[in-house]
Design a protein around this ligand. Structure first.
Ligand code: UT7
Length: 337
């Protein structure tokens, strides 16, 4: 008779968090002097008070990703040679063709790792959590570093009031490791719809419209957003994904300790919290300090709330972004700080 093997299910937990935001602050008052806007409009329509901007020649997304990763390594006292995979979730890679993650891995000393970038606009980090978790759950990898980093200021026209008030720069890093207590990623509901790409995009610089002088003259190297359409889709889909993940895991709002939602607009985050009837005390929020940092919003939330998180806390992650891309992840936190 064959002996039954005692196989414990491996789940993927987050065991460390790091962050970096640039020193330079762009406040609403400073924007009032640059475009036709005012603090009250920005605050009530978006919840944003200030954002960070990465300045300095030769500094790109990798600069912030490396700093966030280094903070994580220092906090965890981890030898970077133990890291096996580095994923950089970003919509603003350092450059085309050469992966930002590969450069980051080398710079932090993760010489035994391979790396790649993951691009899904503002859902990049959420999708990255799914991917990182799969490598861990397979049993083949023990340490996966996932970084969400974006230098949004590199694609902003600071004379366009409809976009320049929203975006900021930043980076956050998390370490995924295996767990046998059933903690970490429990379930995910991830979706996309290509019909959305005309509403949020950078027209020039890709393979359809490589960058030309004419493209620059027409400001096609900057982000274009049909804010109203994106807003409507974000409100509906992010909330819908959160509801779906709760329903199919038989969770009620009482079972949830935290909502970690993409920080694009305070009103979108509140709409999602309202749909799942979650008290505002359970809603992570730092949009007032950083604006929309695209792929960095979720890990920046984790870094800012790390001290309040407890082992076993149920967190609902949710995001919506260009593409369109969106989804929700049900996650059990694994440590007390
Ligand atoms: O992270 C990726 C996904 N992105 C998002 O989720 C962003 C989704 N969209 C939004 O967050 C919002 O649509 C915005 C914050 C971009 C805009 O807010 P809104 O409430 O949708 O404003 P609106 O575009 O409908 O504009 C309302 C009014 C307009 O004036 P009129 O036509 O009513 O006279 C705009 O011209 O506000 C005006 N406006 C501004 N006024 C002062 C637009 N931008 C500004 C501004 N300052 N910066």
């Amino acid at each position: 008779m064959k002996r039954k093997q005692n196989m414990t299910k491996i789940t993927a937990i987050i065991t460390a968090v790091g962050k970096y935001v640039p020193e330079d602050i762009l406040t609403n008052q400073m924007l009032e002097k640059m475009v036709d806007t005012h603090d009250e409009w920005i605050t009530t329509r978006t919840g944003i008070k200030e954002r960070r901007i990465l300045k300095g020649e030769g500094k790109g997304t990798s600069f912030m990703a490396i700093k966030a990763a280094q903070q994580l390594l220092d906090k965890k006292k981890l030898d970077p040679k133990e890291i096996e995979l580095v994923i950089v979730a970003t919509a603003t890679p350092d450059m085309q063709a050469a992966s930002t993650a590969v450069y980051v891995a080398t710079e932090i000393g993760a010489t035994n790792a391979f790396g790649f970038d993951l691009e899904a606009a503002c859902s990049s980090f959420l999708y990255g959590m799914s991917v990182a978790a799969k490598y861990i759950e397979s049993g083949r990898y023990k340490k996966v570093l996932l970084i969400g980093a974006d230098k949004c200021s590199s694609m902003i026209d600071y004379t366009d009031r409809s976009t320049c008030i929203i975006f900021g720069d930043g980076a956050g890093a998390v370490l995924f490791e295996p767990n046998e207590e059933g903690l970490g990623l429990q379930d995910e509901y991830l979706r996309s719809d290509g019909a959305g790409r005309e509403f949020l995009q950078v027209k020039a610089g890709g393979s359809i419209n490589p960058l030309t002088k004419e493209g620059i003259d027409n400001k096609e190297n900057f982000i274009f957003q049909d804010g109203k359409t994106v807003f409507k889709n974000a409100v509906f889909n992010m909330a819908d994904a959160a509801v779906k993940i709760l329903e199919r895991n038989n969770l009620t709002n009482d079972d949830i300790q935290w909502l970690a939602a993409h920080q694009a607009n305070k009103r979108i985050i509140e709409a999602t919290a309202n749909r799942i009837e979650l008290d505002s005390s359970k809603v992570m929020m730092n949009i007032q300090n950083y604006g929309n940092t695209t792929s960095a919003t979720l890990p920046l939330l984790l870094a800012d709330y790390e001290q309040q998180l407890k082992k076993g806390d149920n967190i609902i992650f949710a995001a919506f972004g260009g593409g369109f891309t969106w989804g929700s992840i049900y996650f059990k936190w694994a440590y007390n700080s």
